[in-house]
Every structure is written in structure tokens, then in C-alpha cells.
Design a binder for this molecule. Structure first.
Ligand code: NAP
Ligand code: FE
Length: 367
């Protein structure tokens, strides 16, 4: 069996895991640059947990709460200049995928002067600052991936920075941080995690080790999603389970990547401001039908892990979970023409044509 697996992130999980495992950060340096979104990290107590943990190790810190959702190449350059000015030895990211992905780009840009093209195309860098990731959504899995997805205004899409050096050194998983996550973010981020496991399971670059983890994560999410769709709320245990499942899904995409769903989703986010996970979740049923034409048994396995016996039953729950959005037919064909150029199309099997992508987008969004 021929495959390669690399996942160097130390994962520590459980309530209060930041305080209880503060010592893991001691070797990373004497000054931390803490990156968060606008306010959630502070409100949920994650910021005070990390500052307390850093201080317990004699590490000083600078706080940067300026990461916006879907961070851009321009924004991460500004943040990197601040990290250099602060004399940061390492970066701590608290938040959803946006702060974690921004932190990865800053970890490169604060250590080395590279152009945007080099940042996006190079697989190795001379130096990258160590990264500590604390996810507060469940989620992107960015805490265990080598990817940073950045808004690329020049290309009018999202571009993927990809280097093995971007795996965070440490991922602290504490489900309590997701306790007050509003319904629409819980639903969208859960759909993102689902898309990671489902896409990576069906990807060209799928590996058996990743597929096992994908099925495990889907079977954890399966019963939680219909309940979330119906009751709009989750217990703290369910939230912890969802966080674990999303980290598993991150480990899977770290090995096998995403496919046409993510490729199409980037335009929905860039042009229509639809949340990343919601965009993926809304495309998923039609993607299953497309792949299922040639690979019905494998799609059935994914659905069965989630607890569904048909795409139709799955589609109904996803609609309840995420609602509906509309596109014009001109928008659908424009987005298909952008998506067909994305790198993750080559990771999709059967290989879709631009017409296939247009059909999927139109069926999901054009009335
Ligand atoms: P996000 O953009 O990081 O955050 C969305 C919103 O959620 C923000 O307004 C944030 O508020 C709020 N929020 C976060 N945690 C919260 C909490 N615990 N309680 C209340 N509000 C909270 O959302 P995301 O969906 O996690 O990340 C999306 C980004 O990740 C996209 O750019 C996507 O492309 C990327 N992504 C990356 C990977 C990867 O492998 N690297 C994979 C998939 C997606 P504040 O601003 O106040 O914090
Ligand atoms: Fe994603």
C-alpha cells in the first residue's frame, strides 16, 4: 500500500487544556503575538486563558484583534509588520479559520521577505515562526492543516497557501470556547467540517488512513446535524464532539485536500459574501449526485456514515440547517468559469468540466 502521512501538530484536548498544558509553549520563545478576530476571543475567555498560560511561562505577549473574516493578502502583510515590530518569537491564533489562517501567513511574512506570488506558490520557506492554534469554531480544522486560505483581490477569489511548515506546533482544543457560538456560525462551520471529510474521502488524493478518520468524523457529526437543524441549539457535550470531529476532518484534508465543492465555494464567498461552510454545505448534495453517477458505492458509504440512506434525505437536513441562497444564471456560469481553474479541481474524480460545475451551481442556487 503506497501512501504518505504527515501531521506534526501536537493536539491537546479537554476542558482547561490551555492552562493545564501551558508548559508546551515554553520552548517556542519569549514573546508571543496573539492574533484574534474582533471580539469573540475576549468574550469567551480564551484570551485570558492564553495570556495567563503565557505569563505562567514567563512569556510576554502583544495582542492583535484585527483579523477580519476571510482575511486578505493585504491584511496579513499589515499584521506581519506589527508582529515584526513587536519582536514576536511565535504566533498564537485564537478563533475560527480566519485568525488561524492569517496567523500562518504572518508566521511566514514576519520571518522572511517574500512576494505574494512566492507566498502562494512556495512549498518551503527559509524560516517560519512557530504557531499555536486555538479553534473557537468547529470548524475549519485549520489547527491541524498546512493550509492558509487568503482572499486574493487580484484574482477575485480565495487562494491557498500550502506548506508543511505551516502546521501549527500546538493545537489546544477546548469545547467550552464554542459554547456560545451563534446558530448560523455553528451550522456553517459544521457544514465546512462535513465537507472536508466527505470531499477528502472522495478525493483523487484520498488515502485509506484518511478515509478511516473521515468516516469516524462523519459518524460523529451525523446525529448532531439534524438535531442542530431542528432545535437550533446543542449541549456542551455535542459541541465538544463537533470540535473533535472537525479536527479529525482537518487531519484528513491535510493529507488529501479538498475538491470541486471548495473550488466553487470560494466564488460564493468572494462575490456573494456567503459563509465558507454554508457555501460548501449548500453544494454538497448536488456534488454527491455528480460523483455518485460513477462512484455510487463510495458516495453511499459517506452518506451511511452520516446516517442517511439517500442524497434526498441528506439534502433535506442540509436545507433545514443552512437555508437557501439565490444566484442569477450569469453568476452561476461566471463562478463555474473561475472554479474550473482552481487547483482542487484536479483532486476531483470524476473530473468535472466547466459545464458540470455550472450545472451543479445552477441546480443549487438558480431558481
Ligand atoms: P471565521 O471567519 O474565523 O469567524 C466568523 C465569525 O465567527 C467571526 O465574526 C468571529 O467573531 C465569530 N466567532 C468565532 N468564534 C466564535 C465563538 N466561539 N463565539 C462567538 N463568535 C465566534 O469563521 P470560520 O468559518 O471558522 O473560518 C472561515 C475561514 O477559514 C475562511 O477564510 C475559510 O476559507 C478558512 N478555511 C481554512 C481552512 C484551512 O485548512 N486552513 C479550511 C477551511 C476553511 P470575531 O471576529 O469577533 O472573532
Ligand atoms: Fe473549508
Amino acid at each position: 500500500m503506497k501512501f504518505s502521512y504527515y501531521m506534526p501538530t501536537r493536539i491537546v484536548s479537554g476542558t482547561d487544556c490551555v492552562a493545564e498544558n501551558a508548559g508546551l509553549m515554553a520552548p517556542l520563545g519569549k514573546k508571543a503575538f496573539i492574533m484574534t478576530g474582533k471580539s469573540s476571543a475576549e468574550k469567551i475567555g480564551a484570551l485570558s486563558d492564553i495570556t495567563g498560560a503565557l505569563e505562567s511561562q514567563g512569556i510576554s505577549w502583544v495582542y492583535h484583534n484585527k483579523v477580519k473574516p476571510n482575511p486578505s493578502l493585504e491584511e496579513v502583510r499589515e499584521s506581519a509588520a506589527e508582529a515584526v515590530e513587536a519582536g514576536a518569537d511565535f504566533i498564537v491564533a485564537i478563533g475560527g479559520g480566519s485568525p488561524m489562517d492569517a496567523a500562518k501567513a504572518v508566521a511566514v511574512l514576519a520571518a522572511e521577505d517574500v512576494t505574494d506570488d512566492q507566498l502562494l506558490s512556495q512549498r518551503t520557506f527559509n524560516k517560519v515562526l512557530p504557531i499555536v492554534a486555538i479553534p473557537t469554531t468547529a470548524g475549519t480544522g485549520s489547527e491541524v492543516t498546512p493550509y492558509s486560505i487568503l482572499t486574493n483581490n487580484k484574482l477575485q477569489t480565495k487562494s491557498n497557501l500550502n506548506s508543511g511548515q505551516l502546521f501549527p506546533q500546538i493545537a489546544y482544543l477546548d469545547g467550552k470556547y464554542t459554547k456560545d457560538l451563534p446558530y448560523h456560525i455553528t451550522a456553517a462551520t459544521a457544514a465546512d467540517a462535513l465537507s472536508h471529510s466527505a470531499e477528502a474521502y472522495l478525493a483523487v488524493r484520498a488515502i485509506p488512513l484518511g478515509q478511516s478518520l473521515a468516516l469516524e468524523s462523519l459518524s460523529i457529526m451525523g446525529p448532531i446535524l439534524p438535531k442542530l437543524a431542528k432545535e437550533k441549539t446543542l449541549t456542551i457535550e455535542e459541541r465538544g464532539a463537533l470540535l473533535y470531529a472537525s479536527t479529525l476532518a482537518g487531519i484528513v484534508i491535510a493529507q488529501s485536500g479538498t475538491t470541486a465543492v471548495h473550488a466553487m465555494g470560494y466564488s460564493l464567498t468572494y462575490f456573494k459574501d456567503i459563509d465558507h461552510g454554508k457555501a460548501n454545505g449548500m453544494l454538497m448534495s448536488e456534488y454527491f449526485r455528480f460523483v455518485g453517477k460513477e462512484r455510487p458505492d463510495e458516495v453511499a458509504k459517506v452518506l451511511s456514515a452520516l446516517g442517511f440512506d439517500s442524497v434526498d434525505a441528506f439534502e433535506k437536513v442540509m436545507e433545514d440547517l443552512l437555508g437557501k441562497e439565490k444566484l442569477s444564471s450569469e453568476e452561476a456560469s461566471k463562478f463555474a468559469s473561475i472554479a474550473i481553474k482552481a487547483g482542487n479541481i484536479a483532486n476531483t474524480t470524476p473530473a468535472p468540466s466547466e459545464e458540470d460545475l455550472n450545472y451543479i451551481l445552477s441546480t443549487c442556487f438558480v431558481e
